[in-house]
Design a protein around this ligand. Sequence first.
Ligand code: NAD
Ligand code: MG
Length: 382
Amino acid sequence: MKTIAILGSTGSIGTQTLDVVRANGDIHVAALSAGKNIALLEQQIREFHPRLACVWNEEDAKTLRTKVADLPVKILSGMDGLNEVAVCEEASILVTAIVGMIGIVPTIAAIRAGKDIALANKETLVTAGHLIMPLARRCGIRILPVDSEHSAIFQCLNGERQNKIDKILLTASGGPFRGRSYEELKRVRVEDALKHPNWSMGQKITIDSASMVNKGLEVMEARWLFDVSLDQIQVVVQPQSIIHSMVQFEDGAVIAQLGTPDMKLPIQYALYYPERRFLAGERLDFAKICSITFENPDADTFLGLQYAFEAARIGGSMPTVFNAANERAVSLFLHRQITFTDIYEIIRDCMDHHAVLLNPDVAQILATEQSVYERIASQHCG
Ligand code: NAD
Ligand code: MG
């Protein structure tokens, strides 16, 4: 029996991870953690019987302790709690389904404690990939990608480790605003941005997909996961989301992974790697698929992609600035305090006013994050 712990069990990836656990019946969940949704966390505790559970606020932790007083579960809170979940002794895999840079410290703690990481939380790798990948190698643990594109690439690389990757073809749906002009993007509403054509996901990543910042983050994620240069990553828009990504080898062969858009596949693949298991759900019907089409991304309109490549090329602390500015800007957009294209302007402004640190440690990454938040707060308070 496998034992896992989950950071962010009440979110989109977290609940689908528990769907996979429920469907297979041979994984034990030792620890769960959530931000604020204590009602759902209580249900999950009653169903999966973890030894540990964590919520962000101590006040919520007190309420939850009372609610589950009949069960032998220890309720934790805050960053200490997240770290305790991450290093939970029984678990061999930590699923990082938490959103944002808050995942950095617990992910590093888990790697140090020898846990394999089923990684959904891309922001952690974007900002601290230069620390995490070497640490993972030193500790002999595996980083198993959960992001669908990266899982696709990981699957395409099966049995190919000795062969040189020529390039990674990272596919993108183009999001709900594909084909729009920058002028049109200025006027889109929160409701429009939250409607993704193919995937149902948490709010932040859905906005990131609409702005194509998500694809930019995924370029940086791919660079660290597969040890390739930025010039070896090409973003290809494939609006039907049937091809989840491809790898081209030096002989010109291109290997792709295809499937219906269902995050349970990459989640299950990461949990059972290298084994494949039955997964209920729709199958691709090639008699019905009329076409799979390809386009170049419009990086002049979707500036998120352009700025991401720029931040990645500069490196050091710049990806942290890109990511932190985006995290805060997306939150302001969701609270209707800024327009959609202000997200790009905020990222641009923060990148333009940052003096790069070359090889930042965790404290410097978190200090950079903080200074970006302060800059944005000073300009957008109230
Ligand atoms: P979500 O918003 O649905 O869920 C986030 C989870 O993190 C929730 O359980 C929430 O309670 C928890 N959380 C948030 N802040 C917290 C805090 N301060 N302390 C403790 N827990 C906290 O997000 P999601 O869509 O599931 O995405 C999670 C991660 O996976 C993101 O990094 C995202 O980019 C990545 N990802 C998601 C998808 C997807 O289909 N949803 C696909 C690929 C990658
Ligand atoms: Mg993805």
